[in-house]
Design a protein around this ligand. Structure first.
Ligand code: HEM
Length: 460
């Protein structure tokens, strides 16, 4: 509706000049989200960055974002924007995967929808309990980032991939390999030759081999992971390990940080009242109470989860113009040539005062959620809703297939931790947790988990 195919082959304005080869890559790498905000302030809602030698147009206008997510494939396309990454990182050959991409997504969606959530949540609680029994706590203190990372890794991987997978290969070894793979993710996606990224290649080989062995041994039978592959019988068996690695990465990359922040905020002194209210909503705190609270999509716990997901959402979601386009901006339209990479930044949209108001960057689960009409400012565009978690999970036909699972998972983990521990945050070595919230966030990059603040969880 607000998107028009455009006949002219217009190269479009490259509004943020950078170095010839790397363009703005270094600026983005060094400053992350604040660099995007600065570009938006200086150049308007739509601006083009040159990242690793190629122009990428960032669209921050709500109307343009709605149009990008709802446009038909012959106008804005998903495949060419992401296939080089899936190929390069996970080693998934494009043909067999993308030819029936939507079928794969729908198969996964079916396995992660509401009717299965209760049993997934029970499994998560059981695996978290086992993990806690096996975890040694030194002097009653743990580092909150690594504690939550390993808790979720063990519980979610065991829930989605079955209980035999991690023990067969050694949970610590699999997690160490995954962590190396994850740390090198952006570099491996870039044009840096993989021959220079030996740690990444070693970790990926280890993980692919582990998935292959477990697949051959039947470890994934009747699990979400196994059923995802079984429901796509046209996929060559040889790429099953690569698909499983992609699922593993997708299931961890955003859930871990969102859970960390949801829980960490509840432990901050300024949120003690909220903490108590959430704790009360868990009633007696047994497994049924935890699951009931986590399933209540209108309850306080759901609002806490949605607010953490909104505030610490992914840095970029990419697409490509499949024809010459005209995209709306606040003052008119922008011309984008066929083949131009397009990006939406959920993080930038969610922290923008013009959409979420002056308190956009504050953690406030009870905030009023902006309505389409406010954001679209009477454009005449049909109503579209941000919802509390905004566009953190993407939107449209390629939206995250794990959304319902993720929201339920984060709620269960937070509720479980609240019932297990009387915890408080104490400053670790550099004391960063004591900084006011906007300061905390300033340290967050485009993908921020690695720069998440360090905190100590003091277990009384
Ligand atoms: C807070 C947690 C999460 C967030 C914010 C998130 C966000 C996203 C986003 C933005 C996308 C891209 C959507 C698009 O391009 O429009 C995506 C894709 C995906 N997500 Fe999630 N996700 C989360 C958790 C999960 C979990 C727990 C799973 C699995 C259990 C999962 C599985 C996937 C998969 C498989 C894809 C790729 C789909 C494809 O091939 O197109 N995600 N997610």
């Amino acid at each position: 509706y607000v998107l028009h195919a455009h006949r002219r082959t217009d190269l479009g304005p490259l509004r943020v000049p950078g170095l010839p080869l790397l363009g703005n890559t270094l600026q983005l790498g060094a400053s992350g989200a604040p660099f995007i905000r600065q570009c938006r302030q200086e150049h308007g809602d739509t601006f083009t960055l040159k990242l690793i030698g190629r122009p990428i147009t960032l669209c921050c206008n709500p109307k343009a974002v709605a149009a990008i997510y709802s446009a038909p494939e012959d106008m804005i396309t998903f495949r060419p924007a992401v296939e080089q990454f899936t190929q390069r990182i996970f080693g998934i050959p494009s043909g067999p995967f993308f030819d029936r991409h939507l079928d794969i997504l729908n198969a996964l969606r079916m396995l992660l929808t509401a009717q299965h959530l209760r049993s997934h949540q029970q499994a998560l609680i059981q695996h978290m309990r086992q993990h806690l029994q096996q975890t040694e706590r030194q002097h009653g203190k743990v580092d909150l980032v690594s504690f939550i990372t390993s808790l979720i890794f063990n519980a979610a991987v065991s829930t989605l991939f079955g209980a035999s997978f991690l023990p067969r290969h050694g949970a610590d070894k699999v997690m160490a390999a995954f962590s190396t793979f994850e740390k090198n993710f952006e570099l491996a996606a870039s044009l840096v030759p993989h021959s220079l990224l030996r740690a990444f290649c070693r970790a990926r080989s280890f993980l692919l081999k582990a998935f292959k062995v477990s697949y051959d041994q039947g470890d994934f039978r009747d699990t979400v992971a196994g059923n995802m592959i079984a429901n796509c019988p046209w996929l060559p068996a040889s790429i099953a390990p690569n698909m499983l690695l992609a699922l593993q990465w997708a299931s961890q990359a955003n859930s871990v940080p969102a859970t960390f922040w949801a829980y960490a905020h509840l432990l901050l002194p300024q949120h003690m009242e909220l903490h108590e209210a959430v704790r009360e909503s868990l009633k007696g705190g047994d497994d049924d109470d935890i699951i009931a609270a986590a399933m209540d999509s209108r309850g306080l716990l759901a609002k806490v989860v949605a607010e953490a997901v909104r505030l610490y959402s992914p840095g970029m979601d990419v697409r490509m113009a499949a024809c010459d386009l005209q995209l709306p901006n606040s003052t008119g339209t922008d011309f984008l040539p066929k083949g131009r990479m397009l990006a939406v930044s959920p993080y930038e949209m969610h922290t923008a005062p013009d959409i979420y108001g002056p308190t956009a960057t504050l953690f406030d689960p009870l905030r009023a959620i902006p309505h389409a009409d406010d954001a679209a400012k009477g454009s005449g565009a049909p109503a579209w809703s941000w919802g509390h978690a905004g566009i953190a999970f993407g939107a449209g036909q390629f939206r995250c297939p794990g959304r319902q699972f993720a929201e339920a998972e984060i709620a269960v983990v937070v509720a479980f931790l609240l019932t297990c521990f009387k915890a408080q945050l104490q400053p670790s070595g550099d004391g960063r947790i004591q900084l006011p919230e906007p300061e905390l966030r300033r340290q967050i990059g485009v993908r921020w988990p690695r720069t998440a603040c360090r905190a100590a969880l003091c277990v009384r």
